[in-house]
Design a protein around this ligand. Structure first.
Ligand SMILES: [Ca+2]
Ligand SMILES: [Ca+2]
Length: 155
């Protein structure tokens, strides 16, 4: 084998490996979204966060408020939904909807402060493709909790 054809063969092998790695990464990729990067919302505001990743969090969440995100799900299946929340009061609930279908509810309890952050988890199933993920916030009167980010990890 000539040196040139050997180099071409190596190059092709490398390309194939990169392509395979790329596919595998895409299929197993977590979707991490900053809560303040909503596409639409009703009743919430953003504010600087004291959480580790900095930036902003979504706050002033009251019963009936909502936020929406456009997400692109690589593969249909079961996902772990993780949401980063803090609450100085008794918390509330997050109803998680994908394209208007309710997928899960996450119950948020008090964390001892508006910037005392904890990560809560629940499972949900998602279809593949681009879709609207919506959080409907529910609870009693007053502010319920803050959200900094959320993540979807394939199971
Ligand atoms: Ca509000
Ligand atoms: Ca954030």
């Amino acid at each position: 084998m000539s040196i040139l054809s050997k180099q071409i063969k190596n190059l092709m092998l490398t390309s194939a490996l990169v392509a395979m790695a790329g596919l595998s990464t895409a299929a197993n990729a977590a979707i991490k979204v900053k809560a303040e990067n909503y596409s639409q919302q009703n009743g919430v505001q953003t504010e600087p966060t004291a959480d580790a990743d900095g930036g902003n969090n979504v706050g002033y969440i009251e019963n009936g408020d909502w936020v929406e995100y456009t997400i692109n799900v690589p593969a249909a299946g079961e996902y772990t939904f993780t949401v980063r929340v803090a609450s100085d009061t008794n918390g509330g609930r997050i109803a998680v909807l994908a394209n208007d279908a309710e997928k899960a509810t996450v119950k948020v309890t008090g964390t001892g402060g508006w910037q005392n952050w904890v990560s809560l988890e629940n499972s949900l199933s998602l279809e593949a493709g681009e879709q609207t993920l919506r959080f409907n916030f529910k609870g009693s009167s007053g502010y319920l909790f803050n959200i900094n980010w959320f993540e979807l990890n394939p199971k």
